[in-house]
Design a protein around this ligand. Structure first.
Ligand SMILES: *[C@@H]1O[C@H](CO)[C@@H](O)[C@H](O)[C@H]1NC(C)=O
Ligand SMILES: *[C@@H]1O[C@H](CO)[C@@H](O)[C@H](O)[C@H]1NC(C)=O
Ligand SMILES: *[C@@H]1O[C@H](CO)[C@@H](O)[C@H](O)[C@H]1NC(C)=O
Ligand SMILES: *[C@@H]1O[C@H](CO)[C@@H](O)[C@H](O)[C@H]1NC(C)=O
Ligand SMILES: *[C@@H]1O[C@H](CO)[C@@H](O)[C@H](O)[C@H]1NC(C)=O
Length: 311
């Protein structure tokens, strides 16, 4: 019964994965973030991921949130992919959590806090922890896409632009087109993501130091994710809409605009991968420590001593 239910769910997921999604870092971006994170994982972090994902490829797991967002049973998660900053670019950027995080359904910041708490909670089932990790793999990516931290023009979805000969919109080129132009065609997406991730990892001169500089205090999920969102949002004023809507609307952005943008994309993908790894490594340490903690009441040694006294 349970089995047939979940295989029905999986065929639904398989079906929906054929529908291209254009609302988040595209799948190339998410896969790259996930592969980059796995380069930075500690051995305990890798084990933690493999256990929670039942050995599913990490880049595949990072796409879960996009695959389910339009399903009725996951529709509560649709608003978790972004935060709608009601700021005023390019004059003024900034996030105000009270103003911008949807009171009803939440936003990407509250979702990261919630899913972090959920995966750390010992009464969460293994399956639900796997789901929480899949959400985190995705949202720690999206929170680094500048247009996922902006309400104006529906995060750029309502701004028509050209990319070469293609008629598209500003949001979409930041999710997908610019990344594909930079890292390679979609047909070889997994291989291209892995190559890109390895290149970003190799470009970092001091892995331990970069990791140590990132948030790893799981009790500060709100502060950390707000900081990440702020950083992404700053790029809206500094680059994405620096010449206002008029500067990009109906323009071909595949040349000069792309040349500047791709540096930002690269920096943000790189931060996302590193921050995701620091976060997951911290979750793994927490999981190990709480397992040790649960033995503290009566340690193995004490138990052995008591047993010997009985003999
Ligand atoms: C999700 O779907 C249910 C039932 O169709 C609906 O009542 C609810 O408002 C939807 N929630 C969101 C956040 O869209
Ligand atoms: C944030 O938004 C709330 C609600 O709109 C407002 O009351 C508050 O003054 C804002 N805070 C800042 C620092 O602008
Ligand atoms: C936290 O996540 C769970 C499941 O993913 C969801 O049911 C719940 O409504 C969320 N809570 C908040 C406050 O977003
Ligand atoms: C853990 O989850 C249980 C069941 O959903 C809930 O009642 C409890 O409040 C959670 N604990 C924490 C610390 O979030
Ligand atoms: C992580 O794993 C290693 C063995 O690979 C172990 O020695 C170490 O104590 C583990 N725990 C933490 C918290 O890193």
């Amino acid at each position: 019964m349970l089995h047939s239910k979940s295989s029905a769910l999986f065929s639904f997921i398989a079906l929906t994965s054929l529908i291209p999604s254009s609302l988040c870092w595209g799948s190339l971006g998410h896969r790259t973030v996930a592969y980059l994170a796995s380069e930075y994982l500690t051995p305990n972090g890798s084990t933690y991921v493999a256990n929670h994902l039942n050995d599913e490829d990490i880049s595949e797991a990072a796409l879960f949130a996009d695959k389910v967002r339009h399903m009725p049973m996951f529709n509560y998660s649709a608003g978790w992919h972004y935060i709608d900053a009601e700021d005023d670019p390019p004059r003024q950027c900034g996030i105000n959590i009270t103003r911008d995080c949807a009171m009803q359904g939440g936003c990407i910041v509250s979702a990261i806090v919630n899913q972090t708490a959920r995966i750390m909670n010992e009464s969460t089932s293994h399956a639900d922890r796997g789901q929480a990790l899949r959400f985190l793999l995705h949202f720690l990516g999206d929170i680094h896409q500048p247009l996922h931290t902006e309400a104006g023009e529906r995060g750029g979805n309502a701004i028509p632009v050209l990319f070469g000969n293609k008629h598209t919109n500003l949001h979409s080129i930041w999710d997908t087109d610019m990344l594909v132009k930079y890292a390679g065609a979609e047909e070889d997406e997994k291989a291209n993501a892995l190559t890109w991730a390895k290149k970003l990892y190799a470009a970092d001169q001091d892995h331990a130091r970069s990791l140590a500089a990132e948030c790893q205090d799981l009790g500060k999920a709100a502060e950390c994710s707000l900081l990440w969102a702020h950083e992404a949002n700053k790029w809206i004023c500094e680059y994405v809409l620096k010449d206002d809507v008029a500067g990009v609307e109906n323009k071909d952005l595949s040349a000069e605009y792309y040349d500047g943008a791709v540096l930002i994309v690269e920096a943000m993908i790189s931060k996302a991968g590193r921050r995701l790894a620091a976060w997951v490594n911290a979750l793994a340490v927490h999981a190990l420590e709480s397992r040790l903690g649960s033995l503290n009441g009566l340690s193995y040694i004490e138990e052995l001593i008591l047993m010997q006294q009985d003999l």
